[in-house]
Each structure stands twice: as C-alpha cells, then as structure tokens.
Design a protein around this ligand. Structure first.
Ligand code: ARG
Length: 263
C-alpha cells in the first residue's frame, strides 16, 4: 500500500499479484472505513471494496492493483491531479461529483443513518434539534447533516472529523450526541466496538419512501456506490463496467457480499 498522506503510514499492501509485467492500477481510498476498506489485526488490508478490486482489476482484467491511502475530503482533486488512477472508497455517486469525475455502474446500495448513545433520548429526526452531530468531512453523511440542519432552522451543531473512527470515538466520549454515516459502516460499529453503548435511531425513512426493502432503522437518504475515474479514462471505465457485470453474473460478487454482509 502506498501512502498519499501520513494517515497511510504502516498499512500493508495486499491484493496485488506479484510477478508479470502488467500495468498497475492505483486505487485511492480513505482507510479505515470498515467493512469496505480496513486493516486486520495482522495489518493486512481487507474489506468489500478490497475484494471487489481484486476480482475486477486483477482476476477479471489482468491488471495488478495497489491501494493508496488518501484523505476522503480531497480524494476527487487527488484523482484529477494524477495521484492515482481510480477511486474505490465506498464512494456515493451523486450529481455534484459527477461533474468532476466519471462513475462506474453502481455496485452497492447504502443509506445515511443516525447512531446515538444507548441512553440517548433521541428517537426521531425531530429530536435532533439542538444536538451535536459528528460526520466525516467531505462525505454524503456531512451533506445529510447539513440538510437536516436546514430543516431544523439551523439548530444542529455539525462537527467534522477527518476519518469516521474519530466521529465514533467522539460519540462514545460524549463530544457529540449522534453520528450520521453510511448504514453498513455504522452497523459494524453498533454491533462491534460500540456494542451495548450505541444504537441506531429507528423509524421509516428514505429507503421505504423509495419502495426499497428498508433496513430496520431510520434512513435519511438512498445512495449507490461507484468506482470513480478521471473524465478522460473511458476505456478503463468500460472495461470495469464489463468486469462488474461478469462478477455479478458468475457468483463472485455474491460470494464477496456474503463474506461481509452475512445475515
Ligand atoms: N459514501 C459516503 C460518501 O461517498 C462516505 C464514503 C467514505 N468512504 C471512506 N472510505 N472513508 O461520501
């Protein structure tokens, strides 16, 4: 793993087949964002995105590939400055980003959700008035918090963190009262490190409004993840869309999915 910033120091490279002289595709990603990209206790890079990258770039397309740690807040300019070839970072496809990059076909659906401390009296979106909320800087979670702030007539304090574990720590330490973030990443914290100390705010929301099988908690948005490319990288984008279709057809995608999202 290469590092585009101090945060990446010490992360180990995995998922790159040695030998051969095929081209290496460098992948910008903000790590950790468990279960999409994170280190195991042995210091190995793993996760849903990491396995999909192996399947798409290396197993299907025959490239070598390498993850490059980069801050999420600056990940798009970093791509466009040529620091790496593509972004794979649980990145939501949206119109604003689509003006600066091209996205692959969607490969994962996610929802913004609210996590609070177990003993919190916040049980609905309305209860968020006057609350301090933690988000990761530059994310759609931060954007969802801003929309909520507007809905509440400004009565919401937003604290931005460089990485999501910092927002979760702030929640445990009483520095914020809620964290707005992607559902499966928050679920990993609710059922893992934060178990017994934090919970989702429940209720119906964007997912059920969109007619989707809703997760058992309040959803503020419905989003899709895509791999991002520079706007002149059409050929690689087409190859990747083809490979994504293949791994969805041949069972590889489902196998990887069930490894990280079983039950
Ligand atoms: N899906 C959200 C977004 O695109 C959050 C992504 C954060 N990813 C990460 N690897 N830290 O804004």
């Amino acid at each position: 793993l290469k590092s585009a910033g101090a945060a990446g120091a010490g992360l180990a490279l995995t998922g790159c087949l040695g030998g051969g002289d095929s081209e290496t595709i460098t992948i910008g990603s903000d790590i950790p964002y468990r279960p999409f990209e994170y280190e195991t206790t042995d210091g190995e890079l793993t996760g849903f995105d990491v396995d999909i990258a192996q399947a798409v770039f290396t197993d299907q397309l025959g490239y070598e590939h390498e993850f490059v740690q980069t801050s999420f807040d600056t990940i798009i300019p970093s791509l466009n400055n040529g620091n790496f070839r593509v972004i794979m970072s649980a990145m939501t496809i949206n119109d604003e980003r689509d003006e600066e990059v091209d996205f692959s076909d969607p490969y994962f659906t996610a929802y913004q959700t609210i996590v609070v401390r177990e003993d919190s009296n916040i049980t609905s979106q309305e209860d968020m008035a006057g609350v301090r909320v933690g988000v990761q800087k530059g994310t759609t979670g931060a954007a969802a918090a801003q929309s909520l702030q507007e809905e509440l007539g400004g009565d919401l304090e937003i604290n931005e963190y460089d990485q999501i574990p910092d927002a979760f720590s702030a929640l445990l330490n009483n520095q914020v009262d809620a964290v707005i973030n992607d559902n499966t990443v928050s679920a990993e914290f609710v059922n893992g490190e934060g178990e017994g100390q934090v919970r989702f705010v429940e209720g119906e929301g964007a997912a059920s409004e969109a007619g989707q099988e809703a997760p058992p908690y309040l959803t503020l948005t419905v989003e899709n993840y895509g791999i991002a490319f520079r706007e002149d990288d059409d050929e690689l984008l087409e190859e990747v869309n083809g490979a994504l279709a293949t791994i969805k057809d041949n069972g590889t995608y489902d196998e990887i999915y069930s490894e990280y999202f079983a039950g």
